[in-house]
Write a protein that binds this ligand. Structure first.
Ligand code: X90
Length: 273
């Protein structure tokens, strides 16, 4: 097949059916240890290293990682984590320039998700669907542009510590979370930054808020992807609330992997629709 879908590990997608697929791993660095967010990652070990309280940070894929992921594909659709919080998209753009110069008949389309996790997964699934239907390249691009203008990401977090210590939210915003029992509900903004919408007392309230926010966005039916960091119970509860509130909906629940687990932290929930 002449098409390939490529993303970075912030999509939490490791494999895909029917269309060639690869991803470039981000890295989580804890003290001396470097955890590559790929199949070799042991999440329990990463959690253990994190609980040591050592200094931690993350790193985006390099140009070489992206070139490796492009492989020898003729046409690549490359979905990255938001360019406003990570250098991943910039590295992908540099890799595209190199790839297209090296192979003048190949093309790479960079799709900046302005988001992460389940919203990236939705974009990947949409590409997969269109490619399998045999859609032409310009039609796929137009369709994806339209799709991403309607898709959203909401999140519910217990702690913003790692986001704050890595400069992805301001320390004053992160402080909100230090009050016991407070959940922060927010969204990926149109600019692809983290935007807090509500401070909620308790998880149940935060989940109801998420559903209400979906209604405000005009969601009626369609795909919903929920990703969670060791919080299957809340993910199931959210799925049940969504089923009660909307027409039959295709909901799938999966765990966050390395990068999203690190930033969403224990109990964190991400919702793409
Ligand atoms: O390049 C790097 O080192 C990666 C930096 C990534 C920073 C943000 C990751 C957010 C992951 C947290 C909740 C959802 C926020 C969505 C905002 C767009 C998940």
């Amino acid at each position: 097949m002449k098409y390939k879908i490529v993303s970075d590990s912030a999509s939490n997608i490791r494999t895909l059916e029917n269309v060639p697929y690869s991803y470039a791993p981000l890295h989580i660095v804890i003290g001396e240890k470097d955890f590559s967010d790929d199949d070799s990652l042991n999440l329990a070990e990463m959690d253990k290293a994190l609980s040591s309280g050592e200094k931690s940070s993350t790193a985006c894929p390099g140009i070489g990682d992206w070139l490796l992921a492009f492989g020898d594909a003729e046409i690549v659709f490359c979905v990255t984590i938001t360019s406003n919080l990570s250098g991943s998209c910039a590295a992908a753009r540099a890799a595209k320039a190199e790839y297209e110069e090296l192979f003048p008949h190949r093309r790479v389309h960079i799709i900046d998700s302005l988001s992460a996790g389940p919203e990236m997964a939705l974009i990947i699934e949409r590409l997969q669907e269109r490619i399998c239907q045999g859609a032409a390249e310009p039609d796929i691009l137009r369709d994806i542009q339209e799709y991403t203008s309607r898709s959203h990401l909401l999140f519910c977090l217990k702690s913003l510590r790692n986001l704050a210590s890595n400069g992805r939210v301001s320390p004053s915003v992160a402080k909100i979370c230090e009050i016991l029992g407070i959940r922060v509900m927010g969204q990926a903004s149109a600019q692809g930054t983290l935007e807090i919408l509500h401070k909620c007392h308790g998880e149940q309230n935060a989940l109801s808020r998420m559903v209400r926010t979906m209604q405000e966005f005009g969601f009626s039916q369609g795909r919903v992807r929920i990703m969670h960091n060791k919080n299957e119970r809340a993910a199931q509860k959210l799925a049940a609330l969504i089923r009660e509130s909307f027409a039959p909906t295709d909901i799938r629940i999966s765990p966050t992997l390395g990068l999203c687990s690190y930033y969403a932290e224990d109990g964190g929930i991400m919702l793409g629709f």
